[in-house]
Design a protein around this ligand. Sequence first.
Ligand code: SAH
Length: 359
Amino acid sequence: MNRSDILYWLCENRPEKLPKLWQWANRVRRENAGGEIHLRGLIEISNHCVRQCAYCGLRHDNRNLERYRMNKMEIMESVRKAVHLGFGTIVLQAGEDPGITSEWMADLIRRIKSETSLAVALNLGERNERELAIWRQAGADRYLLRFESSNQKLYQKYHPARPFQTGDRFDLLRVLKKLRYEVGSGIMIGLPGQTFDSLIRDIQLLKELELDMVAVGPYIINPETPLGKSWAEHLARPEFQVPNSDEMAYKTMAVTRIICPLSNIPVTTATASVGGRDGLEVGLGRGANVFMPNLTPANYRCKYRIYPSKSRFSVDDFDSLSHLRFRIKKLGRRLGEGRGDSKRYVAEIKRSIFQELIS
Ligand code: SAH
């Protein structure tokens, strides 16, 4: 897909034309990522955050949020639940929380890796190279860091850097690659001021970065944030502004699948939140092959309020798991077994082992 193909599909709104895009993405997904749907158990380990992202409810200055940080015992309980339910991966997500120190985290990762065979994915914001190396050494397998928008003006406006730091997420993505993490990134769709031009550049970058995981989700207005209070003032001219609709998110996801055929692509929580009752099924039919049910204990989950009406979809007992299995079977798909590493990463590892053998 070249630039004008991407633009064509992003702007296509005729209901009779879109099924062609959905079928195309679905075929590319089937032929490259396969028929399995991989579940990742999401554990939101802390909602403390030092950042001031204008769109996010966890931002430091939001005083309407009671803060929590799970202790290791509580996290290990959720981890065991993931094992019990047959998940192959857990994702440990948090705000950017310096209370999560490198040693504390390394110890937790070692504990998980010695007790279980789970793949461990981290989503903890911008941390320095030393910490990322320590966590990789401790056994972390994957790191997720969205660049959110490649338009630097927009990004800096909504995601101010920490004092005296440049905070370049592209630099960090390169560091993560160097450390041989499986690397994920992604974008928000429909941020006020985001134009089609800049969204196309974002999508092309998702390809150029050779990512193992690509997460795209719509921007959801959070009235407890500065952007949530003033979003209408920041919109681009109507013909240029990308809408933050569920359909726009699905179109972006489908295009992303077509241009990143081997990556793992989740139905993100944001997409599931705006996509209605069958948002999961719709997303899985439009290019996605991953879903991240929430395993955070209920008393904390309600406090991880990035935006309002966050999808309540959780799979934390066998009843809800068998219900999910039923929904997935109805799609003619099945739950994946094991870690569900990205096909791109597996191919790269095989290539490097082969090169070592012949050199
Ligand atoms: N602190 C980590 C993880 C943040 S929470 C980090 O900064 O990488 C996970 C994701 O929620 C973020 O990557 C962001 O893309 C998304 N998010 C935050 N606020 C949002 C909003 N209002 N609408 C949609 N997604 C949002």
